[in-house]
Write a protein that binds this ligand. Structure first.
Ligand code: SAH
Length: 214
């Protein structure tokens, strides 16, 4: 188990102050960001820079999102206890661990096997048990739908219809949509076929890709 030293705790506190300065206001989000040790989800060579607001490389040429992006997406979700939540793109598992702080029923899908396996190891170490799946997030988890919330942590070219179908009416999906850069969208499903959409500015994500990687 990696060590969460006083120095790391101090750096994390400073990260949270930076998140507040950048506009994160939800106390529960700030608290979750202050609780989860981001450096556990990164190669140990990144331990000193783990709490800077930057994306860093993880396995399979993917990236852990900026702390601001993780906090911002989490804030947009408006989570309530016991909600059923689906995350697409487990990656390092950092965002998953942040969501886990909200006392929700959490499902997460990753298409890269090595990331799926290493995130699961870290969840065991932290003694948390999100339901992890190795598969194609475009397909969602029809057997567990409908979800109150869906969070996509990779850039989609358009709104994936399967995921929309697996959202409850009144449910919310937070998803970055676009090709080279993405608009952060919050979709609220108002009927089986309709939704309200809000846009929250430009972000840059690794692409959401079809099918499981081999
Ligand atoms: N939330 C992650 C971010 C990782 S980057 C973290 O905190 O570390 C986005 C992840 O989405 C990558 O790991 C990538 O492999 C994954 N991904 C891309 N397309 C996917 C798909 N169709 N289904 C599931 N995961 C996908």
């Amino acid at each position: 188990m990696p060590i969460d030293s006083y120095r790391h705790k101090g750096l994390r506190k400073r990260m949270v102050e930076e998140l507040m300065a950048k506009g994160i206001t939800d106390e529960r989000v700030l608290e979750a960001m202050n609780t989860v040790p981001r450096h556990f989800f990164l190669d140990s060579s990144f331990a000193d820079i783990a709490y800077e607001d930057r994306a860093l490389q993880i396995l399979c040429l993917q990236t852990i999102s900026h702390p601001f992006t993780v906090a911002f997406q989490t804030q947009l979700l408006k989570l309530q206890p016991r909600m059923k939540v689906l995350e697409i793109g487990t990656g390092s598992g950092y965002q998953t661990a942040v969501l886990h702080q909200f006392n929700i029923i959490l499902y997460t899908i990753e298409r890269q096997r090595d990331l799926f396996l290493s995130a699961q190891e870290m969840f065991k170490t932290l003694n948390i048990r999100p339901k992890c799946f190795y598969g194609d997030g475009y397909k969602g988890l029809p057997g567990f739908a409908p979800f109150d919330r869906i969070l996509v942590t990779c850039g989609a070219k358009s709104l994936p219809i399967e995921l929309f179908n697996q959202l409850k009416i009144g449910g919310i999906m937070v998803i970055p949509v676009g090709d080279k850069v993405q608009q952060m969208l919050r979709i609220e499903k108002t009927s089986e076929t309709e939704y309200k959409q809000e846009s929250f500015g430009e972000f840059s994500f690794v692409p959401m890709l079809k099918e499981k990687a081999r």
